[in-house]
Ligand binder design. Structure first.
Ligand SMILES: NC(=O)c1ccc[n+]([C@@H]2O[C@H](COP(=O)([O-])OP(=O)(O)OC[C@H]3O[C@@H](n4cnc5c(N)ncnc54)[C@H](O)[C@@H]3O)[C@@H](O)[C@H]2O)c1
Ligand SMILES: [Zn+2]
Ligand SMILES: [Zn+2]
Length: 410
């Protein structure tokens, strides 16, 4: 393998597959975003093309995964609508789970047949970020994600001879993915694929905001502003800790749903501020600057506001420095749930196993890969938690991949 180890050196904007010499090239099917800044309805503008692509097999530190389930997250939508611009064409999807069908020659901690959860930020385990127990993102992983490459450098994806970028080291809206071994965490077979997929983003992020950052003590109140997949995962995690939980969202159907989860109150942002709600710990999971202002406004004196939303880079909020000082408040950001995926995903799997974290409740629809443009419209409309793409099981077995081209490498 000749791939560079410094992702910052990866040429941009053209991903380079020529340096890659993975064992075989596979023919896969995937959902490729052609460009950013697309207009709704996406069902009409159709920014995402589902087509056949070529996927290089795993390099020494990589694994080939047959994808079983993939959740549609707002961070995918943010690339589609240009809120978070990334290089294109890009094969989207970062919240996925599947089974390993091939391992690279240096991979000793993972094996063929194992179910794995993808995390959307690989951790090299060695950089300054990786030495902060999850608080800071991995430096090399962040650079690779920004470049649209795998952690080992370059792309493994191409379409009609043209390189295609990876989304957050995963590109899970596809029948198969080649990913770095540091992007995956194994889970036991009793965790269903759709639940496993959600552990990789919604639960890792929303759950981590609660478990790793807010850390509610008995009797404390946790409010969550923004009740999509991430916010609802924060709600479920806080409920699993027996915290008193308040759900806040601008969409009525989300309030009805969060009531059914067993929260103490469900309020619109206006209701929450008008009634003077003040919660000890507040998680902002909307990704909108007004939602962040709501989250700060409803945080109690001495309390902590945890922000996980990812609005566009130009978005700004207004907060009162005086209130922060006078009320001894803390505002803290959390990326990837401040998680170390291999440390944290087994914790969520165990909570799910014990019936304390009903992750299935985050699944609002099961859809086909071909429905992806329509799914983006529904997500943008605010009606969904997680729409999960499920793949046909007759597509492949765990040890062989019928129908895949196993011929010359790219
Ligand atoms: N920090 C991370 O590592 C990380 C990981 C995943 C997602 N995210 C981000 O978290 C955010 C949530 O992701 P998601 O997939 O759950 O999104 P989503 O679209 O499913 O949910 C967002 C929710 O926020 C609500 N909302 C919007 N504006 C609001 C406002 N002003 N006040 C109250 N509620 C409001 C919407 O009605 C919706 O229910 C996004 O910005 C996403 O990019 C961050
Ligand atoms: Zn996500
Ligand atoms: Zn690192």
């Amino acid at each position: 393998m000749t791939a560079t180890t410094n992702p910052a050196l990866i040429p941009h904007p053209t991903a380079d597959t020529s340096q890659w010499s993975g064992s075989r090239t596979h023919r896969i099917r995937g959902a490729v975003l052609e460009s950013c800044d697309n207009k709704r309805p996406f069902a009409v503008s159709r920014p995402i093309t589902v087509s056949d692509l070529d996927l290089a097999g795993p390099g020494p530190n990589e694994v080939l995964v047959r994808i079983e389930a993939a959740g549609v997250c707002h961070s995918d939508l943010s690339v589609v609508d240009g809120n978070r611009r990334r290089p294109t064409p890009m094969l989207l999807g970062h919240e996925s789970a599947g089974r390993i069908v091939e391992v690279g020659e240096k991979v000793t901690d993972l094996s063929v047949g194992q179910r794995v959860v993808m995390a959307f930020l690989p951790r090299c385990g060695e950089c300054a970020g990786c030495r902060t127990e999850g608080k800071l993102p991995c430096v090399a992983g962040t650079a690779a994600n920004n470049a649209g490459t795998l952690l080992g450098g370059g792309s493994r994806l191409s379409r009609d001879g043209e390189s295609v970028f990876h989304h957050l080291g995963v590109s899970g809206f596809a029948t198969h993915a080649t990913v770095d071994r540091r992007s995956v965490t194994p889970v036991d077979d009793d965790v269903p694929a759709d639940v496993a997929a959600l552990l990789g983003c919604a639960v890792l992020t929303g759950g981590g905001a609660v478990l790793n950052v807010a850390r509610p003590a008995p009797g404390q109140t946790v409010a969550v502003v923004g009740l999509g997949g991430v916010g609802m995962a924060a709600v479920l995690t806080a409920l699993s800790l027996d915290a008193e939980v308040v759900g806040v969202d601008a969409v009525e159907s989300k309030l009805d749903l969060v009531r059914s989860f067993g929260v103490a109150q469900a309020l619109t942002p206006e209701q929450a501020t008008r009634q003077g709600l003040r919660a000890d710990l507040v998680v902002e999971a909307a990704g909108h600057p007004r939602a962040f202002e709501t989250a700060v406004a409803i945080t109690a004196p001495g309390g902590v506001t945890v922000t996980v939303g990812l609005p566009g880079p130009e978005a700004c909020s207004t907060v009162s420095p005086l209130v922060l000082t006078a009320e001894a408040r803390t505002i803290v950001g959390s990326y990837l749930g401040s998680a170390v995926p291999r440390r944290d995903i087994p914790i969520y799997a165990q909570l799910w196993r014990e019936g304390r974290l009903p992750v299935e409740r985050l699944i609002s629809a099961r859809i086909r890969l071909e429905d992806i443009n329509e799914a983006m419209d529904l997500l943008a409309g605010g009606s969904q938690l997680r729409q999960v793409i499920v793949f046909d099981d007759d597509r492949s077995a765990t040890t062989a991949i019928p129908g895949l081209d196993t011929g010359a490498s790219s």
